[in-house]
Design a protein around this ligand. Sequence first.
Ligand code: SF4
Ligand code: ZN
Length: 352
Amino acid sequence: MPAPVLCSSCGAQRAALRRPKTGQALCRECFVAAFETEVHNTIVAAQLFQPGETVAIGASGGKDSTVLAHVLRLLNERHGYGLHLLLLSVDEGIARYRDDSLAAVHRNRGRLDLPLHIITYQELYGWSMDRIARHIGPKNNCTFCGVFRRQALDRGAALLGADKIATGHNADDVAETVLMNFLRGDVGRLRRCAEILTGSEGALPRCKPLKHAYEKEIVLYAYFQGLDYFSTECVYAPNAYRGHARTLLKDLEATRSSAVADLVHSGERLAVRGDIRMPTQGTCQRCSYLSSQPLCKACLLLEGLNRGLPRLAIGKPSRLQKALLNGEKPQDNLQGEEDSRQSSRHLRTIDF
Ligand code: SF4
Ligand code: ZN
């Protein structure tokens, strides 16, 4: 019988796993210690927090945010960061998904003994995701949801007097986002998406303490620590563009194990040529949220929903969208034009 593999760190215990990130054989205790130390080193190296800050942890009930809340609470005590931590959840109104994941957040709140605040799309926008999905059909749900969630987290955190938002984005998420923005040619986002701390232009700062943690290691850490999280996929996820980026990344990883770290690194190193025009930040004329246009994306999406034109802010800009973006009061004939544009598009799809 082959001799048991010993932990390459302590040399005393049997190895329980081979680290996906480094290939090292480690015992359970040494893996947990290495994971926590690496997150701490990330926090210190990037100076993510200042003593006395109130940090809202975006808590979805999934593995990443559950691990983030657990580790941040632990490191805050262990290393005396001096942070006031709280949990902030966004309820998009997705039956059989978010209600179940929020139940996990509620259970964790008790375990972590941290205050929890839940903010809903219904109260903020007057629409739940389920109602939006019924309205717009199976495509583009994540466009609405992503824009609305970003604002919801900001508004919730501001309401709670938080200085910073911490999100559970891991290395795989960052790599996927780099890939997606690259494929879309979204230079503005491409530059920002790999940053560990964003929000210097007036928005509430956001940070990603798990930016260098591999998804597989987050799952292992959660397992070894016996954390309680919700792992079902959102009912709208199968139609998300991100899913394709994820599949592509997994394929790349199968042939090159460092693909995740390589993409994160590429995102950090990408430089945008000086003569490329970047959007300038202002504020939305309607809701005062940060925006590079007179109307922010959330207000534009909402305008479309409330006018019964849900595709208004999606795809090629129409004259009505341009009028709204220029801060003009849209005339009735533009509305009529938009209506006919939408119905003719509808007709074309049937009458081919
Ligand atoms: Fe929202 Fe899309 Fe995520 Fe579902 S998969 S929670 S719709 S962003
Ligand atoms: Zn707005």
